[in-house]
Design a protein around this ligand. Structure first.
Ligand code: PMP
Length: 393
């Protein structure tokens, strides 16, 4: 008989989404789940992705197994894209994964297998799935607070590294931090890289939103700088947001290693982990991304579409902060303008977030996170007024 698990943790965000769907108020705003939405509330498939899908369908390629590493062109394309034309790319070995989550899980298991004593140092508030993924791989977690009055607490991150033991891991989000929107300037990535070298700490970088903060190259620059400084590092790449491929479960685990022998070993371990879990990752999303990245025209089109997504998000953030600061001189608002990406973290308590839901039909996460991309431009002023009303009550 199956035993019951007393502390079963279902995803709380899906419960809130269901509550929103059942809300009959026409002006309800679902700002819970982290997907990009256009002005009409649609989570679109980019044109470049649609075009790639048409091309792939028209050549009716085989559905034969790909390889233990998945789609090799996809792995190479993603690695070139995120690491750039550099020595890092030469030192990297990659494996296609089942979404960014799957990449995180593969890398977490790699870390656990190769160092059972390791602790992962995790800044909180963290992405809701980080703790479950790391724990499922059997890793120990040490949390530290990353925020200070709405801004990144750089000293806290440095302290976390200095307090770590050699072989420990620092988990960082590459850009557009979920749920806080906090970003790390390149100089801080560089500083941390030197601290990590001194402490023997390995970076595990989760990149799910590159291109949605300050620009594609800008959002990748910090990670690249750190990886140039440290001997080895691991990157979990998600194709979900950047190519709109959420349900295709497309991602990539990238390991930048110090020499080819270690690269071959680590790659082999990743293949063994994947084989024991699901054998090979699903093919479609990776083929699409490989097609987009491998064709100059599609690639340029995708870049333009990514820019449009970013501009929409940036415009919404600016509009909301403008609305808040025009009506209120509370000290919390200016920090919101410094955040980047799809998420904005409101300085509101869980009770105030509940008021936002009950009184204003605005559904965000109790921690204060809202998905900016879920806001139609015409609703920005209403949202600002609703936030002010629950904040000042
Ligand atoms: N990391 C972060 C920070 C995320 O927000 C997400 C998606 N919500 C992921 C990883 C995983 O993305 P995927 O859907 O590709 O598994």
């Amino acid at each position: 008989m199956l035993l019951t698990q007393p502390d079963l943790q279902l995803d709380p965000l899906w419960a809130l989404t269901a509550e929103c769907a059942a809300d009959l108020r026409l002006n309800r705003l679902n700002l819970v789940i982290g997907v990009y939405r256009d002005e009409h509330g649609v989570c679109p498939v980019p044109q470049a992705v649609q075009e790639a899908e048409l091309r792939l369908a028209s050549i009716a390629a085989t559905k034969e197994y790909t390889s233990p590493s998945g789609n090799i062109e996809f792995n190479a394309g993603i690695t070139d894209l995120v690491l750039g034309d550099s020595d890092l790319t030469q030192r990297a070995r990659s494996l296609q994964a089942v979404g960014g989550t799957g990449a995180l899980r593969l890398l977490a298991e790699l870390l656990a297998i190769t160092g059972p004593e390791r602790t992962v140092h995790l800044g909180v508030p963290a992405y809701v799935n980080h703790v479950p993924v790391l724990q499922a791989a059997g890793l120990r977690i040490q949390e530290y607070a990353i925020e200070n009055e709405g801004y990144l607490n750089v000293d806290a991150v440095v302290e976390a590294v200095r307090g770590a033991r050699a072989g420990d891991v620092l988990l960082l989000q590459g850009a557009c931090h979920n749920p806080t929107g906090l970003t790390m300037p390149v100089a801080v990535w560089e500083q941390l890289g030197h601290e990590m070298n001194r402490a023997g700490v390995i970076p595990l970088i989760d990149h799910a939103y590159f291109g949605l903060g300050d620009g594609l190259e800008e959002d990748l620059a910090g990670m690249r700088r750190m990886l140039e400084i440290v001997p080895e590092g691991l990157v979990a790449v998600s194709a979900s947001k950047v190519w709109g491929l959420y349900s295709e479960r497309t991602g990539c685990a990238v390991a930048v290693m110090s020499n080819p022998e270690r690269g071959t070993y680590v790659h082999g371990v990743l293949e063994v982990i994947a084989r024991a879990a699901y054998s090979q990752a699903p093919s479609h999303g990776a083929r699409v991304v490989a097609e987009v990245l491998g064709d100059d025209g599609l690639r340029a089109q995708w870049r333009a579409e990514l820019d449009q997504m970013r501009e929409r998000i940036t415009g919404l953030r600016e509009g909301l902060v403008r609305g808040l600061t025009a009506a209120s001189d509370a000290p919390e608002w200016p920090a919101l303008a410094d955040q980047r990406g799809m998420f904005l973290r409101l300085p509101l308590s869980p009770e105030q977030m509940a008021r936002l839901r009950i009184d204003h039909a605005v559904y965000g996460v109790p921690s204060g996170r809202i998905n900016l991309a879920g806001v139609p431009t015409a609703a920005v002023d209403r949202l600002a007024n609703a936030i002010l009303e629950v904040h000042d009550r």
